[in-house]
Design a binder for this molecule. Sequence first.
Ligand code: GDP
Length: 683
Amino acid sequence: MVILTRKMIEVRNLLLQIDKQETLRLPSIVVIGSQSSGKSSVLEAIVGHEFLPKGGNMVTRRPIELTLIHSPESASEYCDFPELRLGKITDFSHVQRTLTELNMAVPAEEVVSDDPILLTIYSPHVPDLTLIDLPGYIQVVAAGQPHSLKTRIADLCDKYINAPNVILAISAADVDLANSTALRASRRVDPRGERTIGVITKMDLVDPERGYDLLTNQEYPLQMGYVGVITKTPLHLGFSNRHSNMTQSVALDEERYFSQYAEFTNLQTGVLTLRRKLMSVLETTMARSLVPTTQAIRRELEESAYKFKVEYNDRSLTPQSYLAQSIDAFKLSFKDLTAQFGREQVRQLVKAALDQRVLDTLAQNYWNLPPELESATPNVLDNVPLSSLSSSSMANMGYWQTKLDNSTASLTKLGIGRLSAQLLADTISLEVRGVVDKTPFRKHPLAVQAVERAVTNILEPRLFSTADQVENSIKPFKYEVEIDDREWAQSREHSYNLLKEELRQATVAFNRLKDMVGSSKLNSVLQYLDSRQRMAAEGRLAPADAFGFSPALLDTGKEARFLQIRCDELRMRMAAVKSKRCISRENKYQCPEIFLDVVADKLTATAVLFLNFELLSDFYYSFPRELDSQISALSEKQIQELAEQDPQIREQINLQRRRDLLKLALAKIQTVTEMTHSSASKR
Ligand code: GDP
């Protein structure tokens, strides 16, 4: 029948996994007692090792769900904290430290927590048992502890001492039993003494007559009686034995002590007696709850199976299968990207970047705006004579030739390799991020990280070599750029449109200011600014007062003036591009906008050739494989974590897990039922 308890303990632990706090659980033995009653010593004598936290400062703050598994085949003993994944622990002082840490982690203001610590001990020296160690009752609240502590501990114990649990009520022999908090608590919930075992510790501290009275306590008679123990070997007993097993050595000392006195002859004494008693009591209690627990499991199972069917259509889902589905969805979406973002898109990207550079170069070399002005505050304009913005005054051909050559050089020596390769890499990252956002991956930071790692792993090592190759390929343009009529015409069109767009933007900005200030007010500010500039040009001092214009209004005025000038300039440049002079490529020195656009086009075309081949195509080819390898590097735990990053998926997985565990528990408990039936019929 020993097998029965073992199987029931397995079922019990399964049920614990389903829900730690729930009513759906098999009975256990609950150990209660006041602080210093000798509770820890009793538990340790049963287990045969010191493993419980020691020290005065409320060292047990959480219940410890202790499962003892008798394992004759295993030569060594080991412990396991099933929830912590620390693996097998063979060193009991390690267990002691871990328990101390877990208990001390309960915040000071809470002091006790009802979240149990699960601990399993495998050993050839222990019987199959489950015991729950609870925080010891306290009489007086120590300094620095909350006043509610006493009742909080009592409340926590009350949760556990309900039927069908068996109560192990520990009291010390040297304390009046009428004052035993443990016995008082169990009497409240078990007035007829049907499921309480009394344990009287420190029997060595009272004389045998008193000891006899305690163990035959008539005040609160217990059907399972009282057991007297001596779990610390006090020096005054004069016994010394060095038995390698603690349980055996305690038992030996007890045997020597109790056998000295006739009073104990027919009474229950010793840890071994206690252990045997616990085993048989647990077995009968478990057997009694077999039927009700089976029914409860069945009910729960039906409920969760129904819920699973209704809500998830019985579609089974594991973290692995979910991840596999998500990868498929991601790859499908990625395939769309490869179709949508290709060579032409790379060309547009690079060209747009170069267009901006062309505009900058022209501004710097032709439109005489000092570079700081492009981004500077408009009041710098106070010092810029308007006339210098015009380009028409110079007629010297050599001058224009040098200027265009310089401009071309500043484009070709820009570092287009680095610029364009980095631009493409950044854009690829962004596009991939866009794919993530379209798929379930977006809900899983761990998946996003895997994708990002895959992207970086491919792009990073290719970035420099691609930049180099691009740079090499555009080298010839540093010396000579040949142009045909078609290219010229195309660029003329493009430059015109580019300027038109710039003009549109500047106009929008100007109109925004006008709407803000009001048309007539803006005009008067502009007039004032003009007059002030004229006076400055003529060397006259401007009047101190500013006609009552506020500094903010003056700033807005300066900005508007700047935009006006910009618009004028852009219109002039558009006119230049459209002029007859610029129809022919022969006049390239007078039409730098067009010429530089041709250069930009050629640079772009060459760069794209390499970018497309070395970076983009290669990326598209390698990425799915690299992603696979990133994902396969995830541990099972990470995959589970990943899947559960989506609350809905977490819920589905949990419900399914619950259903499966309940199925397993039901199957197990049914084999136990069969076992009891067959052993009953054999008798
Ligand atoms: P807990 O606070 O209830 O867990 O009690 P402990 O097991 O830590 O024991 C409290 C004190 O009582 C310790 O100093 C033990 O050495 C002592 N003690 C425990 N069992 C016995 C015993 O059987 N005889 C004697 N004389 N002292 C004991």
